[in-house]
Design a protein around this ligand. Sequence first.
Ligand code: URP
Ligand code: ZN
Ligand code: ZN
Length: 473
Amino acid sequence: PYRAPAHYRHERTNVSLLIKNGEIVTAASRMRGDIFCEDETITAIGQGLTAPAGAEVIDASGKYVFPGFIDPHVHIHLPFMGTVTKDTHGTGSRAALVGGTTTYIEMLAPARQEDLMQGWRHWNELAAGNSACDYTFHIGVSKFDATTEAQLREIVQQGMTSFKVFLSYKGFFGVNDEELFRTLTLAKELGVRVTAHCENDELVAQLQAQLLAAGKTGPEWHEPSRPERVEADGTGHFATFLEITGAKGYVVHLSCEPALEAALAAKARGVDLAIECVVPHLVLDKTYAERPDFQGAKWVMSPPLRDKRNQKPLWDALAAGLIDTVATDHAPFDFAGQKEMGRGDFTKIPNGIPTIEDRVNLLYTYGVSRGSLSLERFVSAASTRAAQLFDLYPRKGTIAVGSDADLVVYDPGYRGRISASTHSMNVDYSGFEGVEIDGRPSVVTVRGQVAVRDGKFVGDPGRGKLLRRTAGR
Ligand code: URP
Ligand code: ZN
Ligand code: ZN
């Protein structure tokens, strides 16, 4: 059995739980059986397990039992483009749980003008005691000045073992090439993985200016201002810097075939580059952002929703294991009052699509139920791989004796539709309004305690813990 390191010590809750007769699926195996959890931990897996007096028994017949899902790219609190995302750690974490996500990795994203240490404290204060599920942070590096290196060393020491850089959004979050080089050099020394938003910022700025000067101001011009080649260029650029510094990388929200080719070419020459795609790019396309009457603003994100022909290469690479993870890039801005800030100028539409609640159901529906993704690949992409890449495995990301009892009993017989009128996220629209789903979690546990039953949060709203990690070399 897995023995957790000292700073992971499980707490005694005197709760025990037996999940019986489910089809237990991990990234590497499938078996029908039972899972017994004591306190916060999985303590037995087998067949014919019996429950001691007082244990809660959940019948999972006809259902899958998955490891709790991990979303490695979310923005709960994001001050951005003159406004702030709508979710709190309370609303965002409850929505995550309803959708089967039991751990999220949030981008700690102080702007260039702000102090990183203050940002670290601020994000911690916002989340502590307010998240219903466990969480950790990628440390946003938005500059690399005289104080940055010591601050990064300190925060890594405190257990945040991944960085985030933006090659886009210069002047706000974005780093220049010198800063990128210094960040990666430090990351290499510390053994931490660097996640990156990859778009060539100068090309975006020039194209935005050209389009606006030509009177092209609506949300449908967002995609042409950040075309596929701009992302492929950013991806190749990041890969070159990884190659030269020897650091470990991770490209976030890769959206299109040219960027995929750039990333795969880097991997083929030995660059340690993991690839993330996000649900909006897998399921939606750029025609959504072309909807009339400014409605398209709901689907403005960066990199943009793409031409539909990009979806098959993404799904194929995911099925083949060439794409590592499926995240959300959850970034909830209301249509009213927030997306509307960009009426008359698409460059002022706050970028982002809220998805934290819908990721697992959409990936299951369009990957497994209606696509060709195996259940094992589904678990890998939505849980296990993120745990491995970001130093959470095997505490999270699998079903094994000694692992945290974060489990999702999933009902593949459920049929429903996504709607803003029923979702738990604190945002006034859904980018997936009316979209059908072929399954949903019927029970979700957080370290051995039931947090969701049949679409309703029933857990402890402040139970989530900050997950401190140790960098794997
Ligand atoms: O449009 C997006 N992706 N908004 C959130 C910030 C980012 O770039 O990840
Ligand atoms: Zn991004
Ligand atoms: Zn993001």
